[in-house]
Structures are given as structure tokens and as C-alpha cells.
Design a protein around this ligand. Structure first.
Ligand SMILES: Cc1ncc(COP(=O)(O)O)c(C=O)c1O
Length: 197
């Protein structure tokens, strides 16, 4: 049997050494030292300035939509995990589906531009299977039409694009650390805002 989503688990002794520290401190939530340490290590590893852990990749998307105060229509892809679309609906916006490119399986920027209406507030694109979206074309369209850009980067942990982290594009990128992902925390996710005030 070839298990394509077999969860990676570290050697048990390494894990229990961490548990010993947690038991000694009796501190398992609210900015515990392990979360802060992992955030710092991931910032360095991923080459990003800001990142925050949240409960999962779906919540990361919903917080991104809320934080950017999106309203009206959000142009997105039908070829993604359901959370990409459901987060738009949960946050009271309307998803507008646009087709994908054959080679990357990511949103087709030309079709994105054609789908823009006066009610469009953002583009929510997925880097499908870690293939980068056409981030330059999407950036140009977003600037021209004053739209926000969120990248669902659940599949794009550690992906480099033209010498830098793919996570440095758009207004916000989101990661999922679900057990099926390349890097995981069992359940978990991250929000990576480009700008912080
Ligand atoms: C593209 C994509 N977006 C969002 C999610 C949602 O992440 P989570 O399961 O951590 O809520 C997933 C998870 O499978 C995903 O593959």
C-alpha cells in the first residue's frame, strides 16, 4: 500500500523530552515558550517578518478576511480545499469563481481581471500543490483595481519564488499545519501578514 498522506511523527523520545518540559512548567497555553520559540524558528526558516499561530488553516483564512475588512465579492478558485471558499462565505462575502491555468492549476489572472465588478474587494488565490500563482500578474491587477490579495498557502510551506519566500507576496498568506501537511503540528495554522501597523 502506498499511503500518500501518511503523517510524519518524530521519534517518540524527542517528543517526550518536550513533554517533560511542559509538565515541569505546567504552562500549555497563552504564549507558552514552545510556541514563541517555534514562531521565531519558522520566521528564520521561511524568510518572513511576521507570523502568528492560530488553531488551523481555516481560521487563518477567516481572520485574514476579517482583518482586511473585506466586503462584497471575493474572486477565488474552485480548485482548492473547501476552506478557501467556506471562509469567504463565513465572513459574509460572496465568492466569485474564476477558472485555473492548465499548467499551474492556480487562478488564471486574465480571467480574474474579467471577473472584477464594482463590488469586488479582494482576490483569494491558492498556491495549488505548492505551485506558485502568477503573483506578479495578480499584484498588477490588484494595484490597478485597488483590491486586497490573500494567498491560501496551505500547500506552499517552504516554497521559494525568484529567490525569496513565496509567503512574502500578497497582503496576507495563510498556512495550514494539519497532520496531512508537509510540516504539521497535528492541527494548526498560521497567518503571515505582509504589513503590520
Ligand atoms: C488549500 C487549503 N486551504 C485551507 C485548508 C484548511 O486548513 P485546516 O485543515 O488546517 O483548517 C487546507 C487543508 O487541508 C488546504 O489544503
Amino acid at each position: 500500500m502506498i499511503n500518500v498522506t501518511k503523517t510524519y511523527l518524530p521519534p517518540l523520545e524527542e517528543y517526550t523530552a518536550y513533554l517533560q518540559g511542559i509538565w515541569d512548567r505546567t504552562w500549555i497555553t497563552n504564549y507558552g515558550p514552545l510556541v514563541l520559540e517555534l514562531e521565531e524558528k519558522l520566521k528564520a526558516h521561511l524568510g518572513v517578518k511576521h507570523l502568528f499561530f492560530v488553531a488551523n488553516g481555516t481560521i487563518a483564512l477567516q481572520i485574514a478576511i476579517k482583518a482586511l475588512e473585506l466586503k462584497g465579492e471575493v474572486i477565488t478558485t474552485p480548485f482548492s480545499y473547501v476552506a478557501t471558499t467556506s471562509s469567504i462565505v463565513w465572513e459574509g462575502c460572496k465568492p466569485t469563481f474564476v477558472d485555473i491555468q492548465q499548467d499551474t492549476l492556480c487562478l488564471d489572472p486574465q480571467l480574474v481581471e474579467q471577473a472584477i465588478t464594482p463590488r469586488t474587494s479582494a482576490i483569494l488565490a491558492t498556491h495549488v500543490y505548492g505551485n506558485p500563482c502568477d503573483v506578479e500578474a495578480i499584484e498588477a491587477i490588484a494595484q490597478k483595481h485597488q483590491l486586497k490579495v490573500i494567498y491560501d498557502a496551505a500547500h506552499a510551506f517552504g516554497v521559494q519564488y525568484k529567490g525569496q519566500s513565496l509567503l512574502n507576496f500578497g497582503d496576507v498568506s495563510t498556512l495550514s499545519f494539519h497532520a496531512t501537511k508537509l510540516f504539521h503540528t497535528g492541527e494548526g495554522g498560521q497567518l503571515l501578514p505582509m504589513m503590520m501597523s
